[in-house]
Ligand binder design. Structure first.
Ligand SMILES: Nc1nc2c(c(=O)[nH]1)N[C@H]1C(S)=C(S)[C@@H](COP(=O)(O)O)O[C@H]1N2
Ligand SMILES: [Mo]
Length: 399
């Protein structure tokens, strides 16, 4: 796995901090060079349930397949974590209401505090937060980045003010603006060209329609790890566009020059470098995966409830089919629980009967527009957007 110099630096600084605080007592031997071993939770995510997540690195934590449960909502103690650069200091959430966000590219640009935003409107949205590279671990060309399997995704409930209401209050978007460009509140270490590392992303400005400036995650103030005190939420868009500790939202005529936009998060053939002519990781594709069984458990012959989740950033999910023979035959699954909107995932279940022996269990989602989750991944350099049902299958042996 290739890591950038900055990522290694983040890991090294975390390690040094952990050692200095004495927290390293039980971690002897851990270093960025030995990232393949079981790793402790980084301090920013110390509230996570270590027994139900996989710690890939100080900036990459994944939910275990068997930890999702069946409520349809992903608790913060298992929700995946991904940081492109080190999270800002804990003082960032010291006085959440005083956090400021600058709104530009509107008739009356200005800075607003979270306290002011709270007076401007309130809504909530249930949506799947998913890293662009979720499923990267199934690619065979050793794509750079965390080797996520299924768990760099979760269904989360965000509360805040509709961005549209804020923009309207500031006189509307100025003429000629084509993108919504948002900036993360991290401090860029001195001596580094900000453009190279800053987390600043542009999406088509129409994404404003459903976007919210959120201060609550699953009914609680957003923890620092997940972008508190204020996060831009763009339902249906890949994780990277959902800017944590957002300090600026600007309507702009062009996309940000930041590397994370121009060359990063671009889908291209294996071996190719990223550039701005290639598709950007914006709307999520149609996907589902089985969460139970998860492959590790002892199964007895007979009836089994196969369940999992289905979601998309495009045409809404209409149904899910399940296969227990590796895709030779399919049967319809049923959705369970409340429908939390088009950007949430839906939990599905199918009752099957398994004979003793080996079985390959998988699911495929079907959208209202008739599109079907594909069997195979689309090979690409960074291992983005994997929604192929074959790789996501669970292999079980029934006694
Ligand atoms: N400010 C900021 N926002 C960010 C990031 C970041 O590094 N900094 N990482 C992005 C990426 S790549 C993902 S997948 C999601 C992860 O969100 P989470 O850590 O809350 O799960 O946040 C996105 N927003
Ligand atoms: Mo991501």
């Amino acid at each position: 796995m290739k890591e950038t110099a900055l990522q290694v630096d983040i890991a090294r600084r975390w390690w040094l901090a952990a050692s200095a605080s004495g927290a390293a007592a039980g971690l002897a031997g851990w270093s960025p060079a030995s990232v393949a071993q079981a790793k402790p939770l980084p301090p920013v995510a110390s509230f996570k349930d270590a027994s139900r997540v996989i710690v890939h690195s100080a900036s990459g934590i994944e939910t275990q397949r068997n930890a999702f449960g069946s409520s349809g909502v992903t608790d913060v103690d298992i929700l995946f974590l991904r940081n492109n650069i080190a999270a800002p200091d804990a003082s960032t959430i010291g006085n959440p209401d005083a956090w400021q966000v600058q709104i530009d590219g509107v008739t009356t640009p200005r800075s607003l505090t979270v306290a002011e935003l709270k007076r401007m409107g309130l809504t909530n949205v249930s949506m799947v937060l998913q890293c662009s590279g979720n499923g990267r671990g199934f690619f065979s060309h050793k794509a750079a980045g965390s080797q996520w399997k299924v768990g760099a995704a979760g269904n989360t409930l965000w509360s805040g003010v509709p961005l549209k209401d804020v923009v309207t209050a500031l006189g509307g978007v100025r003429e000629g603006m084509r993108y919504m460009t948002s900036t993360g509140g991290e401090t860029i270490p001195p001596g580094i060209d900000p453009k190279k590392v800053m987390v600043e992303r542009s999406v088509p400005w129409t994404a404003m329609e459903d976007a919210i400036l959120a201060w609550e995650l699953n009914g609680r103030p957003i923890p620092l790890a997940h972008g508190g005190p204020l996060r831009l939420i763009i339902p249906g868009y890949y994780g990277v566009n959902n800017i944590k500790y957002v300090k600026r939202v600007a309507f702009t005529p062009t996309e940000t020059p930041a590397n994370i936009q121009q060359s990063g998060y671009r889908v291209r053939d294996i071996g190719k470098k990223g550039d701005a002519t290639q598709p950007s990781m914006w709307q999520m594709n149609l996907k589902s995966f089985v969460t139970s069984p998860s492959g590790g458990e002892a199964l007895r012959a007979g009836t089994l409830q196969v369940h999992g989740v289905a979601f998309t950033g495009g045409s809404p999910v209409k149904g899910v089919e399940v296969s227990v023979d590796g895709g030779k035959s399919w049967r319809a699954a049923e959705f369970i629980g409340p429908h939390m909107g088009r950007y949430a995932w839906r939990h599905f279940v199918a009752e099957v009967s398994l004979a003793p022996g080996a079985h390959l269990i998988t699911s495929r989602a079907i959208a209202i527009d008739g599109s079907v989750q594909p069997e195979l991944r689309v090979e690409n350099e960074r291992g983005y957007a994997h929604n192929g049902w074959r790789d996501h299958a669970v292999s079980v042996t029934v006694a």
